[in-house]
Design a protein around this ligand. Structure first.
Ligand code: NAD
Ligand code: TYD
Length: 350
């Protein structure tokens, strides 16, 4: 049976890789991308695939009930892959309500829209919710996040994502809506907006600007190449069990300072700089409020039950990522024109 898939947030970083994966892997599926094109959404991310006959773009807000119902009807949607969100922790610290609106209200609106259109006929239907490992809170120096780890979100971003996960599970238990959730670790790769650590540092090295490291740089993140995340979502959608959560991660933990040192070394090699040039840009700055110490995903359920594994090592993925940014400096310029300068000044003071 063909799938008519509504992908929300498909013009963003991860969403664009998910849209590309489904468009190219499954030409028999119809893909409808609903995206509000906030500062983080960019149709350039899809320019290599947006001509495909099975692709439709709709500019709009997931909080717009009428629009969601119209799309469900018009395209006879039977699958939703929900990625649209406000996604940056630092922005959630300065503007929490925007995160509640999109991440909580927007998710509720989509669930209600799906329930109304599907009218309790849930055969061949799926609401797939893309979430984050940040809902589990902050780890100490040891241990991992498992699917049954209790939620303990600490930033307005993670709290809003936790609320959205709870709503999705509530629709499963209360209305028997077929749902799945995946909670993924930090992604990196092409098309990543340069407010996040890795693309911001690549951009600043190219501009010979300071590389801001919060606190002592000892916080740990577990990094996964974005194309492997898209592959995991594909695997879970086709083979996962309804009502289940799957953790996605690369078993790839780095302290921020070690990661930035590796990035500096690779950038110096690729730019033909003297070794050590980029490291001189490292600057320790005031720590993030409520900065989670460590995230680390145990992804063995996904590996053991669905046979998913990351396809690239971190060094390979990071090298490919840097190459993409070097080859797409016009993309970087485009996304950092406009409001980016205002955001940067407010966040970093210069
Ligand atoms: P992103 O900020 O790059 O993209 C978000 C997209 O959603 C943008 O295209 C934006 O225009 C769109 N959007 C925002 N508000 C909208 C609204 N109200 N209506 C319609 N569209 C709207 O985010 P990302 O990093 O690609 O993350 C995508 C999803 O994956 C999010 O749900 C996020 O919580 C989750 N996630 C991200 C990471 C990560 O490392 N980036 C890790 C795990 C999970
Ligand atoms: P980020 O990319 O914002 O992702 P998240 O907060 O969702 O994990 O940040 C990754 C890590 O890098 C996090 O520990 C905060 C830190 N960081 C910096 O040290 N400097 C920066 O300028 C940014 C944006 C992040």
């Amino acid at each position: 049976m063909t799938k008519n898939i509504l992908i929300t947030g498909g013009a963003g970083f991860i969403g664009s890789h998910v849209v590309r994966r489904f468009l190219t892997q499954y030409p028999q599926y119809n893909i409808i991308n609903l995206d509000a094109l906030t500062y983080a959404g960019n149709l350039e991310n899809l320019k290599d695939v947006d001509h495909l006959p099975n692709y439709t773009f709709v500019k709009g807000d997931i909080c717009d009930r009428e629009l969601v119902e119209k799309i469900m009807n018009k395209h006879d949607i039977n699958t939703i892959i929900h990625l649209a969100a406000e996604s940056h922790v630092d922005r959630s610290i300065t503007d929490p309500l925007a995160f509640v609106n999109t991440n909580v209200m927007g998710t509720a609106n989509l669930l209600i829209g799906a329930k109304k259109y599907w009218q309790n006929d849930y055969s061949n239907k799926l609401f797939y919710h893309v979430s984050t490992d940040e809902v589990y809170g902050s780890l100490g120096e040891t241990g991992f996040f498992y699917e049954d780890t209790a939620y303990d979100p600490r930033s307005p971003y993670s709290a809003s994502k936790a609320a959205s996960d709870h709503l999705v599970m509530a629709f499963y238990h209360t209305y028997h809506m077929p749902v799945m959730i995946s909670n993924c670790s930090n992604n990196y790769g092409p098309n990543h907006f340069p407010e996040k650590l890795i693309p911001l540092s690549i951009h600043n090295i190219l501009q010979k600007k300071a590389l801001p490291i919060y606190g002592k740089g000892e916080n740990v993140r577990d990094w996964l190449y974005v194309i492997d995340h898209a592959l995991a979502i594909d695997t879970i959608i086709h083979n996962g069990k309804l009502g289940e959560t799957y953790n996605i991660g690369g078993h790839n933990e780095w302290t921020n300072i070690d990661l930035i040192r590796l990035l500096c070394t690779l950038m110096d090699q690729k730019l033909g700089n003297e070794p050590g040039t980029s490291e001189q840009l490292i600057t320790y700055v005031k720590d993030r409020a409520g900065h989670d110490l460590r995230y680390a995903i145990d992804a063995s359920k996904l590996k053991n039950e669905l046979d998913w594994m990351p396809s690239v090592t971190f060094e390979e993925g990071l090298s490919k990522t840097i190459d993409w940014y070097l080859e797409n400096q016009d993309w970087l310029e485009q996304v950092t024109s406009g409001d980016y300068a205002n955001y940067y000044k407010k966040q970093y003071g210069s």
